[in-house]
Design a protein around this ligand. Structure first.
Ligand SMILES: Cc1ncc(COP(=O)(O)O)c(C=O)c1O
Length: 438
């Protein structure tokens, strides 16, 4: 054999024959409710020379010694479960290692990582749905996802979507067409309105009708574990909190091993055929960041809650599900994993787009509170006016239905500097805004 056998940590749960995709089976993750504990239980991959970090398998292709080995690999008899790799658009050991961590994080049997969040979403929906199928989706989802469901999938694949208010369970139930609807799709905490999904109840409704539940957990890694609450598939834009550096585009599909394996099928697999492949060097970088995701999330959440409370005290219209008077506060409290908080995203409704941009400009250029930029999960605070940026794919009526007002400023609260230093910067910009409007 030409492949290298990596050193495994002694006493690792993976000493027995391991199935690379079925992380849960061998790591007892099904009994581990806290994602931090599940991550710590994951197999630790050491470097080829005993390094505490794994080696990067940068090869696009892999050698074999015997011709029949290659034939058996293409016939599906030998695969990554036995350390046989064909080609890195299929499985790659370094990407697979990050994928195992993602499966542990989300408590799913398996996972695989992709080049972006959008490619994860498109790929899994195309794997589950065929031409003529139907989805039911939350009317408040990320603008790119909304465009995919509204325009791209109907035009290219004849896959249609009915949008619903996921807080209206009867509406969700009515929208499901038995036999035709294949997926119920929503975000745990929605972009940008921060509506919280009742994951257990929505899963019950969908599963009663034989519909799979796909949840985008981009806004709430660690805080909420949708698969532990019943969801079949969890997708991520790793680009955001999981990366934390605003320097990488990446995504993941976490779900049953059978589904993840099917994504790699040589004839029918969406990932294998469309090829939104994650670079192994990127996978390595990201697997170095997952161990401190929990710590980062706690600080994002801690600061967001304090800022939200203080902003509210100043009379601003704040939307933050950690506030007692947020309509979804109790629900979020009931589904969060203990000790992380209520999310690092908050919204300020400034009434008009003009006022929203004025505030953001002062916060960036006058008081250095944060940066005017889309995306989220960065260590600096990022601010954007959703209606004219990340939700601009939606028309005015769709934005109104989704509750996205023109003056909505979405903030991804960062953790650099001290909390009081940052708060003083916020107050300084706000005073200037008020002075300017007098
Ligand atoms: C909730 C959510 N899902 C998916 C995406 C798409 O992810 P990516 O930009 O990594 O393709 C985004 C991007 O903003 C998002 O906010």
């Amino acid at each position: 054999m030409a492949h290298v056998t990596l050193k495994k940590r002694p006493n690792s749960a993976a000493e027995d024959q391991w199935d690379p995709l079925a992380a849960k089976k061998h790591q007892s993750n099904k009994d581990v409710d806290d994602p931090a504990a599940a991550l710590a239980n994951s197999r630790h991959e050491f470097g080829e020379h005993g390094g505490v970090n794994m080696s990067i398998e940068a090869s696009a292709t892999f050698t074999v010694m015997e011709p029949e080995t290659l034939q058996r690999m293409f016939a599906g008899e030998l695969g990554p479960d036995r350390d046989f790799y064909i080609y890195s658009r299929h499985f790659n050991p370094t990407v697979l290692n990050l994928s195992r961590l993602m499966a542990a994080l989300e408590g799913t049997e398996a996972a695989y990582c992709t080049a972006s969040g959008m490619s994860a979403i498109v790929s899994v929906l195309l794997q589950i749905c065929s031409s003529g199928d139907h989805l039911v989706a939350a009317q408040t989802v990320y603008g790119g996802t909304h465009a995919l469901l509204t325009h791209f999938l109907p035009r290219t694949c004849n896959i249609t979507t009915s949008f619903v208010d996921i807080r209206d369970y009867e509406m969700v139930e009515r929208a499901i067409v038995e036999g035709k609807t294949k997926v119920l799709y929503f975000e745990t905490i929605s972009n940008p309105t921060l509506t919280v999904a009742n994951v257990p109840e929505l899963c019950r409704i969908a599963h009663d009708k034989g519909v799979m539940v796909v949840v985008d957990n981009t806004f709430s890694p660690m805080l909420v574990s949708p698969a532990r609450l019943g969801a079949d598939v969890v997708v991520h834009s790793i680009t955001k909190y999981i990366s934390g550096g605003a320097d990488i585009n990446a995504g993941a599909i976490c779900g049953p091993a059978k589904l993840v394996n099917s994504l790699m099928d040589l004839h029918q697999g969406a990932l294998m055929i469309m090829g939104p492949t994650m670079n192994p060097k990127v996978a390595f970088e990201l697997s170095e960041r997952l161990p401190h995701l929990g710590l980062r999330m706690k600080e994002h959440c801690h600061r967001a809650l304090i800022f939200a409370k203080r902003m509210k005290k100043l009379g601003l219209k704040v939307i933050y599900p950690g506030l007692d008077d947020h309509p979804d506060h109790k629900l979020l409290k009931s589904i969060t994993n203990t000790g992380y908080g209520y999310g690092g995203m908050l919204c300020l409704d400034m009434g008009t787009e003009e006022k929203a941009y004025k505030l953001m400009s002062l916060l960036q250029n006058y008081s250095q509170f944060g940066l005017m930029a889309v995306s989220l999960g960065y260590y600096e605070t990022l601010m954007s006016c959703s209606g004219s940026s990340t939700s601009s794919e939606m028309n005015e009526e769709e934005r109104e239905l989704a509750g996205i007002s023109p003056g909505l400023v979405r903030m991804s609260v960062g953790y650099v500097g001290t909390l009081e230093q940052k708060w003083a910067q916020f107050e300084k910009a706000l005073s200037r805004l008020v002075e300017g409007s007098i």
